[in-house]
Structure formats: C-alpha cells, structure tokens
Design a protein around this ligand. Structure first.
Ligand SMILES: Cc1ncc(COP(=O)(O)O)c(C=O)c1O
Length: 292
C-alpha cells in the first residue's frame, strides 16, 4: 500500500521515477488536487491486487465516505485524468525543463544549492525533479526564515521548509515566470542579506519510549490536563505532536513522555519550528493523561 500523494503525474513522463502502480503496489492513493488539475479533495485510490479483497476495500472506504459525493470534484477528477492522458507528457516536459534550469541557476549562486537526480540515483533512490529542494545552510538563515522572507517580501510561496532547506514543488500549471520569480528572488536575497551566522544545528536524538495505554483508552476512559512542557517528563501523552517536516509523530496518545522527548521539543520550540498539535504560536504545554 503506497501513499503517493505527491506522485499522480509520475506515470505520464518517462523522465520521472517509476510510479507505485507500475512498481506493483496493491493499493495506492494519489492526491490529484496537489500536482494534477483536480479540485481540492480530489484523490484516487488505485487497486491492482490478488492479495487484497476488493469487496473489503469497498466496504472499508464506505465507512469513511459520504453517500452524497461532490460531483464537481468527481468531474474535475475525470477532466484531470483526461488532461494527463492527452497532454501530460508535453506539459510535464515543460515543467521538468523549468525545474532543471532553476536547479542549474541556483547551483551557480554562492549560498544556495540543489541536488539533482544523478546524485540521488547514485545512492539507490530516485528523484522527481519537479520537486526542487533548495539547501540554504550557507546563507546562515534557516529554511523557515528564507521561506518567510520569500513570502513577505517577494510574494513567493514555497511548499515547505525545515532548518536547512526549502522545497518548491511544481505542478502542471507552473510556468517559466513562476520559476524565474523564485530564482531571481533567491538571488536577490543573497545580495540583500549577508546571513545571520546563526549556524543552525538540530540534534535528532533516539526518541524511543513505552506505550503505556492504547490511544482509544486515553480518548474514552481518561480526562486530560495541560502541563508545562518543561514539567512533562514522566507523564503519559494525551495528544499527538508531529514536527513538520518530516511529519512523523514524536508522541501519540498513550506514550510516556521522556526527558529526551521534552528536550527535543524544547529545542524545536526555541528554533521556531512548528509542531502540528501545538496549542498556539509556540509549543509551551502538552496535554497529558489526568485521572479516570
Ligand atoms: C505524503 C502525504 N500523504 C497524504 C497527504 C494528504 O493528502 P490529501 O490532502 O489528498 O488528503 C499529504 C498532504 O499533504 C501528504 O503530503
């Protein structure tokens, strides 16, 4: 089963990585609204399996879906499919060309760099070149800070950032002017700012912990309360906390909060890295299991 949310276009161009379905996935979900032209919430579930029972998949999907589908979304999915089949290759050739030229230009700057498909393939992986990961470490700024500057001063919105990188994703609607704007803004930032020499470092510790109770029991049987992050070690979490990126929970309900987890979360808060599940602008408290 593959989450291919960001890969519905892969099948439609020979210079993109093999798609999950071609690679033999039994089930695969794709967000057509992210990269192809479906309306928001337009997603598909592909099925090709001798291992999984299709009737059971239909039953499980029906638990989660309304019986009144939105026909605007359904028809936009059909149009996006048609467009990809008929024009996908030429549209994606254009996007790949723009992405590769942005990569080349950014690799000529002093402080920004982008890895390419060959470097990734040498390590045994593959790269969808329409996703441009820009390393900003040499600027002295964090990826989050550059993302903010791009948005506020240049009106350029990237998809995501972390301490060291930005990710600009391109869809079939991205054109030369979008890419030029991104690259020229970064070139301008390089000239205008001389770096804060912050030398960002993020230690990612081993965050093993024990599961004290199952999330269902935390939700149904127990009350919860908020405690300050600094005093949370030893408590049982009553919430999920997920730094994004990479989008992997550090805590889920029922897990024991260790001092290592508290230290890591405090480090993230100090660096202004958003944690999905935090109560406000900064992570100061955690919801923990209180009494039955
Ligand atoms: C890897 C991944 N899977 C799934 C999703 C959710 O997809 P959707 O918005 O179509 O529900 C996202 C959304 O960003 C994602 O990045």
């Amino acid at each position: 089963m593959v989450d291919e949310a960001h890969g519905p276009h892969l099948k439609f161009h020979k210079d993109l990585p093999v798609s999950a379905v071609e690679a033999g996935a039994d089930l695969c979900v794709q967000s057509i609204h992210k990269i192809l032209s479906g309306l928001s919430q337009g997603s598909v579930l592909h099925f090709q399996s001798d291992l999984v029972d299709l009737a059971r998949v239909r039953r499980v999907v029906s638990f989660l879906q309304t019986t009144s589908p939105n026909y605007l979304i359904l028809s936009s999915l059909d149009l996006a499919r048609r467009q990809a089949v008929m024009h996908g290759e030429s549209m994606l050739s254009r996007v790949i060309h723009h992405a590769e030229s942005a990569r080349k230009r950014l690799n000529q700057t002093k402080n920004f760099s982008c890895f390419g498909r060959n470097e990734i393939m040498a390590r045994g992986y593959d790269l969808d070149v329409t996703k441009l990961t820009v390393n900003v470490t040499r600027t002295g700024f964090s990826g989050h800070e550059i993302e903010d500057i791009l948005a506020k001063e240049y009106r350029v919105q990237v998809d995501a950032s972390d301490l060291f990188n930005l990710i600009a994703i391109m869809g079939i609607g991205s054109d030369k002017s979008d890419v030029d704007k991104l690259v020229s803004s970064l070139e301008d930032i390089e000239k205008k700012y001389h770096g804060s020499a912050q030398n960002w470092v993020l230690q990612i510790p081993t965050l093993a912990t024990e599961m004290v109770m199952v999330p269902r029991d935390v939700f149904l049987l127990y009350k919860s309360k908020r405690v300050p992050l600094s005093k949370a070690a030893g408590h049982i979490s009553a919430q999920t906390l997920t730094p994004y990126p990479p989008g992997i929970p550090v805590l889920i309900p029922g897990e024991r909060i260790t001092q290592a987890i508290v230290d890591y979360l405090e480090d993230l808060a100090e660096k202004d890295i958003r944690v999905v599940g935090q109560e406000g602008e900064t992570l100061r408290t955690i919801k923990v299991v209180s009494v039955r």
